[in-house]
Ligand binder design. Structure first.
Ligand code: G1P
Length: 303
């Protein structure tokens, strides 16, 4: 059966406190930290828009006005750049305002990712929608979101993205158990565990920060008690949908996983943030000619 309800909306939770990056995140939201010359959140909104999702709802917390400013026009700055004839800078200033229709809803208290997604219920209504986590950047070479939307159209229900990692890394993520489908890159989810002990992980395949959720997730989230870390976990709500479908005892649609073998950049911790910055700089034609030879020299001189 084809599930034709189009996915048009993206939900991006950005309310995180950014504790690992203090003091940089004292007055600046974590997702506004630049990777080279764009804030991380802009890459995420670009990805959503690139997959045809032009209605982007950001779930915000305290002190996050600068995010809304980034996606709004800056008339004085534009006037000044225009007077100087600096078209390159002018385009850079306008680009984030032209990507998508960005709107905001406030998450009053940080009660977890599941709670953040629940804050989108009124805006989303009864449609499937995507969730993109701002800490995960996905290489533009892989149309992961497009593949997930196609999987939703084929299988219905909710779709998660899975990536294989070494066993000693699973405890930092949601981890999936699954069985194959007729599609080589799509699996049927039979169980999900949020941040299991390494010995209890059901596989080496972790949930990465891209989801396409059936709207049935909202009623499940309302009933989902706090889980790992005392927070309402999206993983737990998806598990409820997956298990109910597996045991054929409810009709919220099951959960399928799209296997991702491309590049994922984590910007949620300092080591990965630094690596991402260097990799993105090396991939930029306007910077690489100078930066890469310097980097080689710098590294070879390191003790
Ligand atoms: C969240 C999810 C987790 C997922 C991860 C991907 O965790 O709860 O299931 O594996 O994102 O980045 P967080 O990193 O917010 O703790």
């Amino acid at each position: 059966m084809a599930h034709t309800g189009a996915v048009t909306k993206a939900v991006v939770p950005v309310a995180g406190l950014g504790t690992r990056f203090l003091p940089a995140t004292k007055a600046t939201p974590k997702v506004m930290m630049p990777i080279v010359d764009k804030p991380a959140i802009q890459y995420v909104v670009e990805e959503a828009a690139g997959a045809g999702l032009e209605d982007v709802l950001l779930i915000t917390g305290d002190n996050q006005e600068s995010i809304a400013e980034h996606f709004s026009r800056a008339y004085e700055l534009e006037k000044a750049l225009s007077a100087k004839g600096n078209d390159r800078a002018l385009n850079a200033v306008r680009a984030p305002t032209q990507l998508a229709e960005v709107s905001y809803v406030r998450q009053d208290s940080p009660r977890g990712l599941g709670h953040a997604v629940l804050c989108a219920a009124d805006h989303v209504g009864n449609e499937p929608f995507a969730v993109l986590l701002g800490d995960d950047l996905i290489s533009a070479d892989d149309d992961l979101l497009g593949r997930m939307i196609a999987a939703r159209q084929r299988y219905g229900g909710s779709i998660i993205a899975l990536m294989e990692v070494p066993a000693d890394q699973t405890s930092a993520y949601g981890v999936a158990a699954f069985k194959p489908t007729d599609d080589a890159d799509i699996v049927a989810i039979t169980d999900l565990v949020e941040k299991p002990e390494t010995s209890e992980a059901p596989s080496n395949w972790i949930v990465i920060g891209r989801y396409v959720c059936d709207p049935a997730i909202f009623s499940v989230l309302r009933e989902t008690p706090p889980g790992r870390g005392g927070e309402i976990q999206l993983t737990d709500a998806l598990r409820t949908l997956a298990v109910a479908d597996r045991d054929a005892c409810a009709d919220g649609g099951g959960v399928h996983g799209v296997l991702f073998r491309g590049r994922r950049f984590d910007t949620g911790n300092k080591q990965d943030f630094l690596r991402t910055t260097v990799e993105f700089a090396c991939a930029r034609p306007d910077l690489a000619a100078d930066f890469v030879p310097w980097l080689r020299e710098y590294v070879s001189a390191l003790k």
